[in-house]
Design a protein around this ligand. Structure first.
Ligand code: IMP
Ligand code: MG
Length: 204
């Protein structure tokens, strides 16, 4: 049987070459594309069961959750709406800073609605805690939460997500939406950065 091989100069080959520079900064892969795919299928099924027969809106927390939210919602085969909020707490480093909430959805996207707040990672818990409170204050009927990663050992405020894909150790990770100094969000897996990559960013 003949199989079709990608040509050397195809888009796929070029994309592989471009990823190389970033991949060299990764010390080890924590979650592969395949592990992520399998787990998101499971979580999407749980979310679907939770909201079957109920209107709901997925609120994706920018920027980090854009990849996770877009993969998740495409596996949820029931009607939903999509909204975005932007929260930033990290600046360019790896330490939690002051939290800023921007681009909250409009009043009619919040008031009386069932919201599923989706974020990339639950770390100190400050972002999700603040966002949930604010959305309820603005009249949401219900706010549930779904996170791609959870680092329970880092919590400053008590907070549990209703849905989560993976629990990880206390380690700064990048990829699949998560960044360091704005980069590495487009890696299709989750990995730990090499020390040299942190040091390079700190020097520049
Ligand atoms: P929290 O408010 O401390 O829970 O932080 C949540 C935000 O911190 C996430 O949305 C990320 O933007 C960022 N963050 C926390 N841990 C990591 C990490 O390991 N890699 C990249 N970003 C992280
Ligand atoms: Mg973030």
């Amino acid at each position: 049987m003949t199989s079709i091989q990608p040509r050397r100069d195809s888009g796929a080959a070029t994309a592989g070459a471009d990823l190389g520079a970033m991949e060299r900064d990764i010390e080890r892969i924590l979650l592969s594309e395949e592990q992520i795919r399998v787990r998101i299928d499971e979580v999407a099924r749980s979310v679907t069961r939770e909201y079957a027969g109920r209107d709901f809106t997925v609120v994706s927390v920018l920027k980090g959750s854009c990849i996770f939210a877009s993969d998740l919602i495409r596996r949820i085969p029931i009607p939903l709406e999509l909204a975005f909020v932007a929260a930033s707490s990290y600046g360019d480093g790896t330490q939690s800073g002051e939290l800023h909430l921007n681009f909250l959805p409009s009043d009619n996207e919040i008031a009386g609605r069932n919201l599923l707040l989706v974020d990339d990672i639950l770390d100190t818990g400050k972002t999700m805690n603040a966002l949930k409170k604010e959305l309820l204050r603005q009249g949401a009927h219900e706010v549930r939460t779904c996170v791609f990663l959870d680092k329970p050992s880092r919590r400053d405020v008590e907070f549990d997500a209703d849905f989560r894909c993976f629990e990880i150790e206390d380690l700064f990770v990048v990829g699949y939406g998560l960044d360091f100094a704005g980069r590495y969000r487009n890696l299709p897996f989750v990995g730990a950065l090499r020390r040299e990559a942190f040091e390079r960013a700190n020097r520049s």
